[in-house]
Design a protein around this ligand. Structure first.
Ligand code: GLP
Length: 244
């Protein structure tokens, strides 16, 4: 779906999210959101905060699972995704701290497989993801599912692509400070969500969005797997959709 502006797109997505939460609340059910980091979803989070503050939208019945976390970063590191999510969303809404889930960046290497298996199980125990929010990286990754990620991959440790590390370098003050590894939900984890919305804004995303939407489904561009999901949609502004 192509929107005149990213603001129009996030307004629609936030309204859809609010409707989902309210419908589940009315049915006495919790809502399970899969959340993403990066610059792209910030305006969406701002809109959710606005709906909370001005429209009475409550997140008391929401459970969240984030896509990924850098390995080696403690929660309080300014570049950790835990920090990002608290700064940009969780600190401003009424979600219960015990319902917030992110992979841990600080589990010992030997314990990572068990940690990832627990993360998968926690998603299942919560009833599965109702709505998964995604951005897209320059390599075509969703979460941190770099080129070569199988369609049925689950939460695991992954080595970051050099392009991804390069893109993260400015915020880390140089590529040498960017972690080399992350823990990410797998493509299979993401594709199990009942609905998936991938957001992309600006000219810089146009080429990779085009590959993901119109290219063959392949494991180089993990976002291309979304073509095979029955309830996934790309929310694009005109610039990100310009090559389609
Ligand atoms: C990181 C995140 C992705 C995100 C991507 C794009 O790699 N792990 O989830 O989609 O960055 O970031 P941005 O939205 O800043 O372009």
């Amino acid at each position: 779906e192509v929107f005149q502006s990213s603001q129009a797109a996030v307004a629609k997505l936030a309204a859809e999210t609010a409707e989902l939460i309210r419908a589940n609340d009315a049915a006495g059910k919790q809502t399970v959101l899969g959340l993403a980091t990066g610059g792209t979803p910030i305006a969406y989070y701002n809109e959710l905060i606005r709906l909370h503050q001005q429209d009475g939208l409550t997140f008391a019945t929401v459970t969240s699972f984030n896509l990924d976390e850098y390995a080696g970063l403690p929660k309080d590191h300014v570049e950790s995704y835990w920090h990002f999510m608290h700064q940009n969303l969780f600190n401003h809404i009424d979600i219960k701290p015990e319902n917030i889930n992110l992979p841990s960046g600080t589990v010992a290497t030997a314990d990572i497989p068990a940690h990832c298996a627990e993360y998968e199980q926690a998603i299942v125990d919560a009833g599965g993801l109702d709505l998964q929010i995604l951005g897209i990286g320059r390599t075509g990754h969703i979460g941190f599912n770099e080129p070569g990620s199988p369609k049925d991959s689950l939460t695991r440790a992954i080595e970051l692509d050099p392009i991804t590390r390069e893109d993260a370098a400015p915020s880390f003050g140089g590529i040498d400070n960017v972690p080399t590894t992350a823990i990410t939900m797998g493509c299979g984890t993401i594709l199990n969500a009942r609905r998936i919305v991938l957001m992309a804004w600006g000219e810089g995303k146009a080429s990779i969005v085009n590959e993901a939407v119109t290219g063959t489904v392949n494991d180089i561009v993990s976002a291309s797997y979304l073509q095979e999901h029955c309830n996934s949609v790309f929310f694009l502004d005109t610039a990100a959709a310009s090559i389609l």
